[in-house]
Design a protein around this ligand. Structure first.
Ligand SMILES: Cc1cc2nc3c(=O)[nH]c(=O)nc-3n(C[C@H](O)[C@H](O)[C@H](O)COP(=O)(O)OP(=O)(O)OC[C@H]3O[C@@H](n4cnc5c(N)ncnc54)[C@H](O)[C@@H]3O)c2cc1C
Length: 633
């Protein structure tokens, strides 16, 4: 694998991200409105209620469930680190590789909600299969072709994908994690204009060792513009260099792929040249809804494990679930699982209806659900105690129930990293949070504008803020009384939404152009928005359950109430922390740590681990001379 180091400044990285940002917001977005102080309950209420599943989907769902139960041994898959051929074939026969592919191309034609329900079940059952199917159709060839493909591309490739030719998505490189500006995989048009020649290497490509079809992102060797291509894995010059192995998801067919003078016919360009990153990001808008849905499944599985174990395990004279410390974890788990489901279902339904801009909602659902589910998995390990840490096969061989919490933890953790890490989701949302202010007042706070330009922008700015800012102090006088006991939570969301908008504005005023570097400040704003979104979704849903006479409405109400109480406290704390914090001190300390100021803390490690030998040498060379420790008498 070539590991070319490429130097890109922070500004260049931001410019690439900015250029690929979708700037048009033609459809409404609940969360974007929220950042402007508008609590648009009408966009999420009434909460979507569906009267049963389509029989066709239900039949598939039930068959898949039976298949998982009867044919899939997750511990075995984990132990061997391979997908059994009969399992992959079985999934092919069921049509699972074509769930979201339209029927005219041989797929099952499921909508986003139906696909989300399958992801939820897989999230509860087997992370390896979840990743296999989701990498294939959430981000692999079918999704970008559905959105941007030509009729010919769809006709050529979608039937193959639906029939089970596995696909993969290749964006990441050794130097390109969250920062595509560093891309070194290049393409070049041939003189006859018939082919692109692809060269480079991709890292961590899920399904890469078994895929027949790839979506590859590469940049123009001259202009650096990023484009997306369909590449067939058996073309000359495509090579699996290495199979990567991970802490969890042990069967993941994940590869380092190399491309040497690969000839791609020009017909295989997806969309237009230079639109590759935008295509990738748009694909991910819907694509990343797999993770919040899968996370709901994982949380439900965790709840099941904890409910049973906390009732069964007796310590200190009573079941552990009756000790208050454990009981609180269980209450949180149940209420947060309900909230996670409300968020995932709402965001997925919005995507399904198609008349919403769901970029922020999908990012919020991905970030919030993956973080909450991780906390739940961690609590599950704590509640299972030593048995949580023991592997399922070891438990089984001692005659205990093989409850695989240890595997669950290993398999789940990646969800906070791939398909947009938590930090990148925060950054993406923060950019949109300040977007309107940048549009209105960007000229005044920009470093690169002269005094004349700044002065010229002032009347426009004054006109906008003279009406907008005072309106952020006045409520909408709605009592939300139709929500009964939950009306107070909606009033809280409404008040907090205006407060959030004011704080975004205050942040702009105080930090000006420096705001982009105040990540922790911005991340708190995003956290507030995410919590408020979760709260509004939960209240809207519990209300819908009541109005529609759902048999579990009063049980759900209990969960919603406990959830909203906690969110209120969390949001208040986050608001406080915006202006009362240790952010600057922490940043200063961190820079000191990076410069080696606190190396004395690591002294015992010197010479211990050859992996760090190089750094140890550098360490000694760069260490500032310290005064000898003198014993104080
Ligand atoms: C199991 C697995 C499967 C994967 N599957 C695929 C796949 O199918 N296709 C594919 O293309 N890629 C895939 N990836 C790559 C994955 O999407 C990346 O790991 C992810 O994008 C993060 O990149 P990185 O690991 O290089 O982290 P880096 O970008 O190096 O980031 C390291 C840390 O710094 C944080 N960070 C980075 N930039 C900033 C910033 N500006 N501000 C604040 N924090 C920041 C990140 O959030 C992270 O915590 C996979 C990875 C794994 C481990």
């Amino acid at each position: 694998m070539t590991d070319k180091t490429i130097h890109v400044t922070e500004q260049e990285a931001m410019d690439v991200a900015e250029a690929s940002r979708q700037k048009e917001w033609k459809q409404p977005s609940f969360m974007r409105e929220m950042f402007l102080g508008n609590f648009r309950l009408d966009l999420i209420h009434p909460y979507p209620v569906h009267q049963g599943e389509r029989p066709e989907f239900q039949a598939f769902f039930n068959t898949l469930k039976d298949f998982l139960r009867d044919h899939v041994d997750s511990d075995q898959i984990d132990a061997t680190g391979e997908y059994p051929e009969d399992v992959v074939d079985g999934l092919r026969k069921l049509g699972a590789f074509g769930m979201k592919i339209p029927k005219e191309y041989g797929g099952l034609g499921f909508d986003q909600l139906e696909y989300g329900k399958v992801m939820e079940m897989l999230g509860a059952y087997d992370g390896n299969l979840s990743a296999l199917l989701s990498a294939h159709q959430s981000i692999g060839v079918p999704q970008p072709l559905k959105l941007f493909g030509t009729p010919e591309q769809k006709k050529k490739y979608l039937p193959r994908c639906a029939a089970g030719e596995i696909s993969a998505f290749a964006l990441t490189e050794a130097q390109v994690g969250s920062d595509p500006a560093r891309m070194t995989t290049t393409y070049e048009l041939t003189d006859d204009g018939k082919h692109y020649i692809l060269n480079g290497s991709k890292l961590w490509c899920t399904n890469g060792t078994i895929a027949k079809l790839l979506v590859v992102m590469a940049c123009d060797s001259q202009t650096k513009a990023i484009s997306a291509f369909v590449v067939e894995a058996d073309w000359e010059g495509v090579k699996v260099e290495h199979r990567c192995h991970f802490m969890g998801l042990r069967a993941l067919a994940n590869a380092v792929l190399s491309f040497t003078d690969v000839k791609i016919p020009v017909e295989n360009l997806i969309g237009k040249e230079g639109r590759g990153l935008k295509i990738a990001l748009t694909t991910l808008n819907d694509g990343r809804l797999s993770i919040p849905n899968g996370s709901v499944g994982a949380a439900k599985r965790a709840l099941q494990i904890c409910r049973e174990w906390s009732a069964e395990r007796v310590q200190w004279g009573k079941p552990i679930g009756k000790h208050e410390a454990i009981s609180h974890k269980i209450a949180d788990m149940a209420s947060i699982t309900f909230a996670m489901e409300s968020v995932a279902h709402l965001a997925t339904d919005m995507s399904n209806r198609g008349n919403f801009d769901i970029r922020l909602e999908a990012a919020a659902a991905k970030e919030w659900n993956s973080c909450r589910a991780w906390e739940i998995v961690d609590d599950t390990m704590q509640i299972r105690g030593g048995r949580g840490y023991e592997t399922a096969p070891s438990l089984a061989s001692r005659g205990e129930r093989p409850v695989a919490v240890e595997r669950m933890m290993r398999d789940y953790r990646i969800n906070k990293i791939f398909e947009g890490s938590s930090e990148i989701m925060h950054l993406f949302m923060a950019r949109e949070a300040v977007d309107k202010h940048l549009q209105v007042a960007g000229d005044v706070i920009a470093h690169n504008k002269g005094p004349a330009e700044k002065l010229q922008a002032l009347p426009h700015i004054a006109a906008f803020y003279a009406s907008w800012y005072p309106s952020q102090w006045v409520g909408n006088f709605k009592s939300y009384k139709e929500f009964g006991p939950y009306a107070r939570y909606l009033r809280f969301v409404e008040r907090s939404t205006r407060r959030l908008a004011r704080q975004v504005f205050h942040g702009m005023m105080v930090h000006q152009a420096g705001l982009q570097n105040k990540q922790v400040f911005l991340f708190r704003l995003v956290d507030i928005a995410n919590e408020l979104f979760a709260m509004a979704a939960t209240v809207s849903r519990v209300h819908a359950m009541k109005v529609n006479g759902h048999p579990e409405a009063s049980n759900a109400a209990e969960l919603a109430d406990i959830f909203c109480r906690q969110v209120k406290r969390k949001v208040k704390r986050l608001f406080q922390d915006l202006w009362s914090n240790d952010d600057s001190q922490k940043y200063r300390v961190a820079l000191g740590v990076l410069k080696g100021k606190q190396l004395w803390l690591e002294e015992i490690l010197e010479g211990l681990d050859p992996v760090f030998e190089a750094t140890a040498t550098e360490r000694t060379a760069s260490r500032p001379s310290r005064p000898k420790v003198v014993a104080i008498k």
